[in-house]
Design a binder for this molecule. Structure first.
Ligand code: MTE
Length: 317
């Protein structure tokens, strides 16, 4: 683990991305942010998964067609510390995000079809003494059958490490990280809405006076990795469409950043904007927009648990 990865809690282990590794388009595994609700589970012997009552070995899963692609992993609590009053939960600043290269097979290759079920449920092997059972989440059946929903055993070209859910995890590109269940133990089709703690209690948006709702798709965001009087640069991403524009506001002026190569529909994309700032302090505000017309809000939108805060980042140079 690089020394500049900000460790927020040791057990369970929660750490922000290492800032020294933020120049890399694919975040190296050791500096990749890590988010856990419980202690790492023990991984012993041959890994098997209960798929609708049938025991399937990792080796069997690995016989299916392999594919790999880049995707953002971002915690829904990223940016929580920018909210006031500060909601409870792990105090993530802006480092609960990284871009990984994930390899595995489409869930649908292993599951077949959903057989008319409402949802597919995924259970991890980790649990605590809080009575909440295993970490589990569900996906609507149609979402689970998307080709890009992956049973993943490879990260950044290496076997998936235990820290990131190895031997086998789910990767749901375009969704916030809580959907990508690690240490997959059990997968099953269900006709009823899943009632697990991390589905119905946690990861909900509660705003006083409004009906609660589940967390939506990844919102657009630009993360500044370097800002000087001469340039601002960083990464931009969105789960609701490709990033089409990054706007840089300086004082009353507005500039369009240059966008780097597209790395795929779920990856982040670099941006860079040349600046020519005179002496003194300057405030930069950076906002990403996506093809669906979604744009970062200028001010944070508060909710009781501090999720989905994608407000524009402000830096002083
Ligand atoms: N899966 C299990 N089994 N247990 C967890 O605590 N955390 C989720 C998700 N999958 C979690 C999990 C959350 S909230 C996030 S943001 C991502 O894993 C983080 O993945 P990473 O640690 O590989 O970065």
């Amino acid at each position: 683990m690089p020394t500049d990865a900000l460790v927020l809690t040791e057990n369970p282990y929660n750490a922000e991305v290492a800032t020294s590794q933020l120049d890399e388009a694919v975040t190296p595994t050791d500096g990749f942010f890590k988010r856990n609700h419980y202690e790492y589970p023990a991984i012993e012997g041959t890994w098997t998964v209960d798929v609708d009552g049938t025991t399937v070995s990792l080796e069997q899963i690995q016989q299916h067609p392999f594919r790999r692609f880049e995707s953002i992993m971002e915690c829904a609590g990223n940016g929580r510390t920018l909210l006031y009053p500060l909601p409870p939960g792990t105090p993530w600043n802006l480092g609960a995000v990284s871009n990984g290269m994930w390899g595995g097979t489409s869930l649908r290759n292993v599951l077949g079809d959903t057989g008319g079920a409402l949802e597919v449920v995924f259970e991890g092997a980790d649990f605590g003494d809080d009575g909440r059972g295993f970490y589990g989440r569900s996906l609507p059946a149609a979402e689970a059958m998307r080709e890009d929903v992956l049973l993943c055993w490879e990260m950044n070209g290496q076997p998936l490490t235990r820290e990131h859910g190895g031997p086998l995890r789910l990767v749901v590109p375009g969704a916030y990280g809580m959907a990508s269940v690690k240490w997959l133990n059990r997968i099953y089709r269900s006709d009823k809405p899943y009632q697990g703690y991390y589905q119905v209690e946690d990861y909900q948006i509660h705003v006083p006076g409004k009906p609660s709702r589940p967390i939506g798709g990844l919102r657009p965001r630009a993360l500044i990795t370097r800002a000087t009087a001469q340039e601002v640069r960083g990464w931009a991403w969105s789960g609701t469409g490709p990033v089409t524009e990054v706007e840089v506001r300086v004082g009353q002026g507005s500039l369009k950043a240059e966008l780097g190569e597209e790395r795929g529909p779920y990856a982040w994309r670099s941006f860079r904007c040349a600046l020519d700032l005179g002496p003194g302090k300057h405030c930069l505000v950076v906002l990403a927009r996506d093809a669906a017309g979604n744009v970062q809000p200028e001010a944070p939108q508060w909710n009781t648990q501090g999720y989905e805060n994608n407000c524009a980042q402000i830096v002083t140079v």
